[in-house]
Design a binder for this molecule. Sequence first.
Ligand SMILES: C[S@@+](CC[C@H](N)C(=O)[O-])C[C@H]1O[C@@H](n2cnc3c(N)ncnc32)[C@H](O)[C@@H]1O
Length: 259
Amino acid sequence: MLSYQHIYHAGNLADVHKHAALAWILSYLVQKDKPLSYFETHAGRGLYDLGAPEALKTQEAENGYARLNNLGIIPSDHIYAKTLDACTQLHGSHSYPGSPWVAHHILRPTDRMTLCELHPLEANHLRAVFPKAKIAQNDGFATVLSACPPTPRRGLVLIDPSYEIKTDYDTIPKFISNLNKKWNVGIIALWYPILGDARHRTMVRSIRANHENLVVHEVSFPPAKQGHGMVGSGLAIVNAPFNTGSAMSEISGWFAHLT
Ligand SMILES: C[S@@+](CC[C@H](N)C(=O)[O-])C[C@H]1O[C@@H](n2cnc3c(N)ncnc32)[C@H](O)[C@@H]1O
């Protein structure tokens, strides 16, 4: 039973971290004139209406990307800022791009996109917004594993679960290890929340034990509301492109203004 809906959280500070990093990695990859395979295990609906009651109820976008934007912190020439602009120009000032929209904006017609999403309504949104992408209304872990190694062979998987299922913390390191065995050149980017009890640490340690080249990038920020458990956002990237570290340091700087 799925209860998590990303519309309540779209555009929050964790989304800024994840979407800015995703935009940077993809913009780096498309510099090379060779096609890519792009996968999301947990896609959400792809495009969010921040004027929807769910988003207005939490105000997470207001305290998230909108706050950074209003403070002029996100440089206008960053690929994330350009993606936000493109989204509002196409879909209106209340729109916010989910990770599939970020990717779709940067990828080229020769690249392949597979979006997994279990929730039927979210999957329907994806079909409407991305008619040319492959939408799999199935478990993202199993779907991506069975599709790899893909053609084209260069590419990226974004893993962005809601961590509603507590066993995710144990199963994700095994999934990443199995995926890497099948697709050793694929970039695997995992997003995780940083909660007060730091429960992500064991998971990240297990991933690092199997992947010496793991790039981990974490940012801290004030909770969206008093009492909110999430106090930061993390990304663990296997086979990260060259220069990912310095690109992430730039993104960290945006968050330093908030604390
Ligand atoms: C955190 S949201 C995704 C947000 C999106 N990646 C973004 O940044 O715009 C997680 C999504 O995963 C979906 N989901 C949960 N379990 C899943 C599974 N096993 N396979 C595929 N999708 C799943 C949920 O319905 C939810 O829409």
